[in-house]
Structure formats: structure tokens, C-alpha cells
Design a protein around this ligand. Sequence first.
Ligand code: CTP
Length: 417
Amino acid sequence: MKEPINLSGDMNRLLPAEALQIISQASTSAERLGFRVFLVGGVVRDILLERNGFDLDLAVEGDAIELARSLSADRARITVHHRFNTARVGFDSYHLDIARTRCETYTRPGSLPTVRPGTIEDDLGRRDFTVNAMALSLNRDDYGNLIDRHDGRGDLEAGLIRVLHAASFTDDATRLWRAIRYEQRFGFAIEPHTLEIFRRDINRIVDITPDRQRYELECVLSEARPETVFSRADELGLLNRWHPALSGDEWLKQSCRRLRAIQAATPSAYLALLCWRLDAEQKDSLARTLKLSRRQYRVLQESTVIRDSLSLLDSSQAPPSRIASLLRSLDTDVLSAARAALEPGRSVENIEQYLATWSRVTPVLNGENLLELGVPRGPDIGRLLEELRDLTIDGAIDSRQAEEHHVRDWLTRRGLS
Ligand code: CTP
């Protein structure tokens, strides 16, 4: 028999102290309850890759909810799902997800699986890729031993994303997106046979509910370089299942890189770039397909506003206050996306000028001062303050005296002085 690989040293070296503390507590509690417990999924893969970004997922051969409750006396910190026997325990800067080890059977493609308790081996056998199907024992007799029935470690070394069995994508077609995401994140390759069944099963993505597909989109948008995932998904024919007008081409790659260069990379800004070249109708259709959230939909709509306002943004004649008033109504992520998407020129300069100065301009006078000058209480106060701000942005006034002068003029015109 092969000597087991023990990773307790790597765990101690790579996991933050708080995570180790939580793991050790879980290990002791599980032993007391007579359960065997394991660290599973991405964290094991990331320890082997010496990467950080650790989600703590535990699998327990026993009652996950009981284990969660033994870890925290504070019920408010525990969320449980009785149906799947899973629990989440919140700690100071971590949360721990605990699930009972289980077998899964898929009754219908795309549906959620039927679940029954199983062993750790069953639990690993239902997972997506070999690199995600490893566990580390947290039990005293073999603490830190790697359980790796599917040679995930070999695939990590070879840089391969490989399914465990040929029905993997039909069981759960979200794995089509996951395969590309891991491939691109780690600079790996989808293993040839996996790629073959990927192509065979690509249409199964239609089995997935809009909510689950949107979740996949959100996962991609949270990657460090989402454009690489979109580009590969485009090449493999997956991206156009969301909308035929989407493209992961060179333009998208360059725009996403520019977004990072201006240190404005956020999921929403990446979403705006992905959809930048779609027209309003195409965006509506994508929003329906993926049931985008209100915020996501707003980002798309506001990008259309920018595209429709390019003649104003590009104008050398328009008063800066007019440009500022347009940009003030838009989400900062949309402005970032515009800076990355538009060719360098006046529009981009105007947006940058807005962000650096115009957006920060406030009049010297405040509402109180206007009342003291004799402006009646009511909506005119707000309007006048905006007027003063706009005049300042346009460089028409630049001091307290000039503002007071403007207010006195206004009072005279109204017969109020
Ligand atoms: N998993 C799976 N099939 C899916 C989703 C998840 O088999 N469709 C399994 C994988 O074993 C995965 C684990 O559940 O490792 C946890 O899933 P998730 O949190 O999405 O991924 P992580 O592996 O933690 O990776 P990431 O770094 O992307 O969060």
C-alpha cells in the first residue's frame, strides 16, 4: 500500500491562525461526538497549490447540525439547512461550512440532486473535478492525511481539470462554467476526454435555472481575470448561450486589462464591459435569461446612457456642469467601465475630470447661510445650492463673495431683497 501523504505541516504553514483554531475546535468536538470529520473541496486544492483565499468547508460523517451547535453556544451565529443537513457557523473573520457526507443521485438533468448520507469517499465521488475531490482528515488518528481516490494531486501537478465520470456535466451543467473558471484561474487545461464530453453536453446548460446561471456569471465576474474565462467560453461556444451578441474577443480582453490598470476592477464594472457593445434590447434579453438583479440591470442601462451621451461627453463646447450632472446620476462602476471601454480622448478626460474634481465641488455657502441672506425656507434652498455648485464647476464663480453676490442677485430678481 502507498504511504499516505500527510499535509498537517502545510496546513500549519499556510492556514491563518484563526482558521487553524476553528479547525482544531471542530476536530475536538467531532471526536467527542464520535463523528469523523474532514476538510474538503477548494481549501485542500489551494493548500496543495500553496495559494491562499481559504473557504473552510468541512464534511462530517455524522450530524452536521449537531457538530455546528457544539462549536458555538451562540445560536445567532449558526445557520442550518435541515433538508441537506448542512450548517454554517460564523466566527470573527471566518465562517465554517459543515455538511454531512453524502451520496447524490440526479433524477433529472439540471435539477437539484436527491441526497442521502454516505461516507467521505461517497462524498468525494459526487464532486465536480478531481482537483476538487480531495479531503484532509481532521481526526486524531490520521490528522492531516490526504484522501485522494481520484488522483486530484496528480492532476494538480499536471495542470488538468478532469471530471470524475462521464455524466458529470449532465448531472450538473453549471460545471461547464466551473471547468472553464478553474482552467483559467490556475492556467490549467481541460483534460482531453473532459473536453470531449464538455462539447457533447454543452447544450445541457439550458437545463440550468436562470438563478443558478446568474450565480455562475457572478462567480466569473469575481475572478481575478474574468475576461480569460469569457474568452475561453466564447471559443467553446458557451458564452453565446447567454446571448449571441456577447463576445470574449480582444476588445474585451484589453478593456478588462485597462480596468485593472486604473484600479477600478469590480464585478459590476466587468459586467458593464462584458455587455458594453450590446444594444438596449440585447441587454434586456440577457437580463431576462439570467434574471439579473436590479443593480446589475441598472449597470447595463446606465452603460447605455453613457453610450447615448457620447456627443455631449466628447464636446468641447458643453459646460462642465452639464457633463457633471449627467455623470452624477451614474454608478461609479459604470464610470470606471466607460474609462476602460472608451478610446482615449475628450470623453475619457471629462469622466476623469469629473471624478477628480467636479464631483467634489460644493459651494462655500450652506443652507443656513442662504436663509440668513434672506432666501425663504423651501425647495429654492436646494436649487440655489445646486446652482452655486454648477457655477463653481463652470468657473463662473470662485469665492464666498461671488456666491453671496449671486444669491443677492437672485433675491433682487425675485423681489425678495
Ligand atoms: N462542487 C461540485 N459541483 C458543483 C459545485 C461544487 O462538485 N457544481 C464541490 C466541489 O468539490 C467544490 C466544493 O463543492 O470544491 C465547493 O464548491 P465551491 O465553494 O463552489 O468551490 P471551491 O472549490 O471552494 O472553489 P472556489 O475557490 O471557486 O470557491
